[in-house]
Structures are given as C-alpha cells and as structure tokens.
Design a protein around this ligand. Sequence first.
Ligand SMILES: Nc1nc2c(ncn2[C@@H]2O[C@H](COP(=O)(O)OP(=O)(O)OP(=O)(O)O)[C@@H](O)[C@H]2O)c(=O)[nH]1
Length: 300
Amino acid sequence: MSEQETKSGFIAIVGRPNVGKSTLLNQLLGQKVSITSKKAQTTRHRILGIDTDGAYQTVYVDTPGLHMEEKRAINRLMNRAASSSIGDVDMVIFVVEGTHWTDDDEMVLNKLRRAKRPVILVINKIDQFKDKSILLPHIQELTSKFEFEQIIPLTARSSEQMPALKKAVRDYLTPGMHYFSEDSVTDRSVRFMAAEIIREKLIRYTGEELPYSTTVEIEKFQDQPSGVTLIHGLILVEREGQKRMVIGNKGSKLKTIGQDARRDIEKLIDNQVNLQLWVKVKSGWADDERALRSLGYGEE
Ligand SMILES: Nc1nc2c(ncn2[C@@H]2O[C@H](COP(=O)(O)OP(=O)(O)OP(=O)(O)O)[C@@H](O)[C@H]2O)c(=O)[nH]1
C-alpha cells in the first residue's frame, strides 16, 4: 500500500485514575495490552495500543490516571508521563465515569483546554444506570464546559460501542505511513508485558496499600531446550510486612499470584511457561526518583 493511500494517527486516552481507560483500550484492540484493576492508579507507564484495519492505523496512547496529588515521586512521574502525551497526539479521548464529576476531572479538562487538541468525551460505565435518561442533564452540563467533538456514553467492559468509537476516531487520522507493522498490538516487549501481568495479579490478590509500593522486575526470560520459557520475576516491596503479605501463609498467596500470572503469560506468548517469583524488600523506592528511573519509570 502506498503512503498516499494509508492513514494513521496517535490518539491519547486520558482521564483521572480508575475511570476505565485501560479497560477501554483493551476493548478497542480486542485483546489485553494494559492491566486493569478495581484500585486507582494501576497504570504506571505509557503504553501504546495499535489497531491496524486495512488502510487505517490508529495508535492509542494509554496514560496513567491524572490526579492532583503529587506528593510522592512515583505520582509526579506518572502525572508527567500522562501530561506529556496530550501535547503530542492528533486527538484525545477523555474518559469520565457515569455522572460523577470530580476536581480531578476538572483538572484534566483544564489541561485539555491548554493542549488545543480535538477531544471526544467518553462517558464510561453506563451499565451502572438502569435508567439512562439520568445521564441527559449531565451530558448537557458537560457540553457547556467544553466544545467536545462528540460525546459517547458507553460501557468499556462490553464491545458493543467500540465500532462507533473507532469510526469517530478515524476522522482524525491523517494521510501518511503506518508507524508499526500490521500485526503489532503494542510497542512494549513481552518482558514488559510479563512484568505488568505479575503486577496485575499482585494488585488483585493483596491489600489496599500494596499497589503503590510494589514493582516487578523480570530478571530472566529464557527459552529452555525443553521448549518451556523460564521466567524469573523479582517483586520489590517497601517493607518486611508487605513481603509477608505477598508471600502469604506458607507461600500460598505468592503461589496463587504465580499460577494466575503464568496462565496469562502463556496466553500472551503462546508457549508453556515456568514462572518463578521472588520477593525482596527495597525500602523507599517509590519515593526516590533516581531509583524509579533505574526501574524504567518516567522515561517515556
Ligand atoms: N461497571 C463497569 N466497570 C468498569 C467499566 N470499565 C471499567 N470498569 C472497571 O473500573 C475499574 C478501573 O478500570 P481501569 O481500566 O483499570 O481504569 P484506569 O482508568 O485505566 O485506571 P488507572 O490505571 O488508575 O488510571 C476496573 O475495576 C474495571 O473493571 C464499565 O464499563 N463498567
């Protein structure tokens, strides 16, 4: 296909934490590239999700949730990664949740006003409303706040509305080459994805305080002569107590985390995996910008 015939563009998915940005990206792509959870601030890195359909290539940029509290170094870096995406893209999908409008939503909207990019507003989680007419006054109010290109209420957990959203986004792609090969779904390596899958399970199976203080490093990712892929994952926590929490009674929790993660990684790489996990205490890492950079945060 010649360059004249193809169209492409970068679309940022932004919003405050926990509104469903990663769920939306996975649904748009029809497969999981970004981890999700009930807890806010699951997404820490900027992740590209690539959707190629014939002549069109849409590159979605999933960003960490934008929020006002910037006390810890990790939160500052996450905010920076999200903010810097907005200025670079062809258009923005701004995700909000139901009829809640918070100060963080307002803060994101202010950033969008300054970025001067076309914005489609997605009102997510409308499955939570039996009576959808409740949304109408809210939509009216949002219309008065900003000149959105379109407002699309949807349920990111379902694929139903995705064709409509994809079609809306296509209008903002511009003539030019495709940035990625037709079969790419993300710019991230399988190593990175494996670490993210382990982190997703950690968040799922541990208490409230852990998401902010755990990170995962893949120390080994090696195909064995037997055909099995051997993966060593190192889980870093901040305190001894957290280490105990992750390991669980006689190692039961770490075992569940490992089994669940292994199954997902096997699906991802389409191969049998031997996953071995270790937990180590590295205190203060979430507060130390230099340590975070050495783990790959804030470099996007
Ligand atoms: N009921 C309902 N829940 C949803 C929907 N979309 C997402 N969720 C849930 O909302 C929670 C947050 O979803 P994520 O996709 O992780 O949200 P995020 O905006 O990427 O979150 P951060 O990583 O904190 O920025 C998860 O528990 C999702 O299952 C939806 O359409 N309906």
